[in-house]
Design a protein around this ligand. Structure first.
Ligand SMILES: Nc1ncnc2c1ncn2[C@@H]1O[C@H](COP(=O)(O)OP(=O)(O)O)[C@@H](O)[C@H]1O
Ligand SMILES: [Mg+2]
Length: 323
């Protein structure tokens, strides 16, 4: 394999300023190691450090591998910067990144394509919120989350309406825009998607958290969750999960990779929670784990993503790009 590999200079952009800085540093280290294994020349750049833009300019990489999660990384801002610098980068463009980052915006696009997503109420800071109306619409058990965070930061399950005020307060610590969503009881799954013009869905992965839901600890502390591939939901439902992940990827105009989080409700109906445009990329993260089950080892996955970034862009930043 190594003989025919064209050696590229790859800048791994990591760290940053979001609440997910630590996760990002970990991702960045592992992606660096993987790309070096394949034979690329890797330069690590911390986007949380002063002067990182200058560093990008002087490095002039062939490709930038963005290993940043959350704000200022996954949300279109860094993508915009790289567009201005005319540097190719892994993953989705400006608009798709921004749309996927915002769970309310994503839901508008899902609804527009007829993709199922849990009922919700959008609450803006300072605006009124009627607990009774919300309970009437969503049922007594809800999930409260900031619109623009990741890693379950600021997410709380409100078991009954009495828990809503505290849950809202917690979510508003992180964002001015918050969703109160109907709680869907069922099996939690996630589906990775890779590719540009004709993306493929990776095998459906079931997540079994030790905690009540897939919270921050379940995501990052070893042993706090299990990954089961393929998910134990039956073949028809697995196919539906993969269809929805691909449809959500298209609906938001994603490119290169994405990972959709879904819940298979007790009756078998599948609901889309969100799309991550820069999913966790340590070798034991969800998307790499699913890729491995499909026969794509981590270094090959990273290499493939770099090569996808170099393919001519059809419509990098377009949502509903009409492909
Ligand atoms: N509507 C819901 N019903 C049940 N569980 C949910 C719901 N929304 C979120 N969760 C739980 O919270 C976790 C985080 O929510 P998610 O929407 O994926 O946001 P993020 O991963 O960006 O923080 C999910 O992985 C799931 O365990
Ligand atoms: Mg999620």
């Amino acid at each position: 394999m190594t003989e025919e590999v064209q050696k590229l200079r790859v800048a791994v952009l990591m760290g940053g300023r979001s609440a997910e800085r630590e996760v990002s540093l970990n991702t960045g280290q592992q992606v660096t190691r993987a790309l070096e294994t394949v034979g690329h020349d890797v330069v690590q750049i911390d986007s949380g450090a002063e002067g990182f833009i200058g560093e990008l300019e002087t490095t002039r990489p062939d490709v930038v591998f963005i290993c940043l999660h959350g704000r200022f990384g996954e949300d279109g801002t860094v993508q915009g910067l790289l567009e201005l610098l005319e540097l190719p980068y892994v993953g989705s463009g400006v608009l798709a990144s921004a749309l996927a980052m915002d769970k309310v915006m994503s839901k508008h696009f899902f609804a527009n394509e007829g993709l199922p997503t849990p009922a919700y109420v959008h609450v803006r800071r300072g605006a009124g919120f009627d607990i009774e109306d919300a309970t009437h619409l969503l049922g007594p058990k809800t999930v409260v989350k900031p619109a623009n965070e990741g890693s379950a930061i600021g997410v709380t399950i409100a078991h009954d309406p009495g828990e809503l005020p505290a849950a809202l307060e917690e979510a508003f610590r992180f964002d001015d825009s918050v969703l109160v969503e109907r709680f869907i009881s069922g099996v939690e799954v996630t589906v990775g998607v890779i590719g540009n013009e004709e993306p493929i869905a990776l095998p459906t992965l079931e997540i079994v958290p030790e905690h009540e839901f897939y919270d921050y600890e379940s995501k990052y502390v070893p042993g706090m969750s299990r990954h089961i591939i393929p998910a134990r939901v039956g073949e028809t439902i697995r196919a539906e999960c993969e269809r929805l992940a691909l449809a959500a990827h298209h609906a938001l105009g994603c490119r290169g990779m994405s990972r959709a989080d879904l819940i298979v409700a007790e009756g078998g109906r599948v609901e889309l929670l969100e799309v991550n445009t820069i999913p966790g990329m340590t070798s034991t993260s969800l998307l790499p784990d699913a890729a491995r089950a499909a026969g794509i080892e981590f270094p090959e996955l990273c290499d493939r993503l770099v090569r996808l970034a170099l393919e001519p862009a059809g419509s990098r930043s377009g949502a509903g790009s009409g492909r």
